[in-house]
Design a protein. Structure first.
Length: 281
């Protein structure tokens, strides 16, 4: 099967640069997809390393894929923090008690894969929030939470094509429930923060949504839809997304940590989430 190279830019993609990429990748032709992207047909995989390095140098996202059709997939699975949205919610909550730097350091180490026990890492971070007024959750939602670039366009595209959507997060239900309603998502699973008398208890209630649980929800929703995981597109950014990305038909690392970029089939480092749509013919 022939392999194509899809290149995408955050800035308008010049025709001369698209032709440069075609020549470097040994493709037989280049097709412009829109002002920001092009597809190079039937590339020479022996030139992949050189072409990939050139694309990175010019801040182009490069995806080597056979022809794919969105209608052949049935489910899009997304991480929330730093994937569907631009922030890590727990870091922003911690800012309200003056502990953002400490919590962010733990979050970053966990997402890089340096802390093997995600559950223990989360418990340590949540414990630091004990006694904080629960109203700060609403403030984070209203004042700090923003969708990632291209998120709404990506979701509109996959929903129009008939795909279902699953938001599965090591974050918190306070935010996933609101995003589910706002974006009309089909499924969502996350962690429940303990609250008592209007204050955070510093505990997570019930099962922690870690890497294993994320993967389990992928399989359970696929089973409910009557499809295999090979018909799922999984998008994530951190080490705790790797297990659910592995069985997916298409795994996408979005502005991800190095360990995730290395494992994913496609990495989007420069463009928005709507870049997912350009991967399909």
């Amino acid at each position: 099967m022939s392999v194509n190279l899809i290149i995408q830019s955050a800035q308008p993609l010049l025709s001369a640069r698209l032709e440069q990429a075609r020549a470097l990748a040994g493709g037989v032709a280049a097709i412009r997809l829109d002002d920001y992207a092009g597809r190079i047909l039937d590339v020479d995989l022996a030139r992949r390393s050189e072409a990939t390095a050139w694309c990175a140098q010019h801040q182009l996202d490069a995806a080597y894929l056979p022809p794919l059709h969105l209608a052949d997939f049935g489910l899009v699975v997304m991480d929330m923090d730093s994937t569907l949205i631009t922030i890590e919610c727990i870091d922003e909550i911690a800012d309200f008690c003056g502990l953002k730097a400490e919590v962010t350091a733990l979050t970053e180490a966990s997402m890089r894969g340096e802390l093997r026990d995600f559950g223990e890492s989360l418990r340590r971070r949540v414990a630091l929030l004990k006694g904080l007024d629960a109203s700060v959750l609403e403030q984070v939602w209203r004042k700090r939470l923003k969708l990632s670039l291209g998120a709404q366009r990506m979701l509109a595209g996959v929903q129009a094509a008939g795909l279902h959507t699953l938001l599965v997060s090591g974050g918190f239900t306070f935010f996933t429930e609101r995003l589910t309603a706002r974006l009309r998502l089909d499924y969502a699973h996350a962690n429940l923060l303990g609250v008592s008398n209007g204050k955070l208890t510093g505990e997570v209630v019930g099962e922690i949504v870690d890497a294993q649980v994320k993967r389990r929800w992928l399989y359970e929703v696929c089973a409910e839809l009557g499809i295999t995981a090979s018909r799922a597109i999984v998008i994530g950014d951190g080490a705790n997304d790797l297990l659910m990305m592995a069985p997916a038909g298409l795994s996408v690392a979005f502005q991800a940590k190095p360990v995730v970029r290395q494992a994913a089939r496609v990495s989007l480092n420069f463009t928005g989430l709507d870049g997912v749509l350009r991967l399909f013919e």
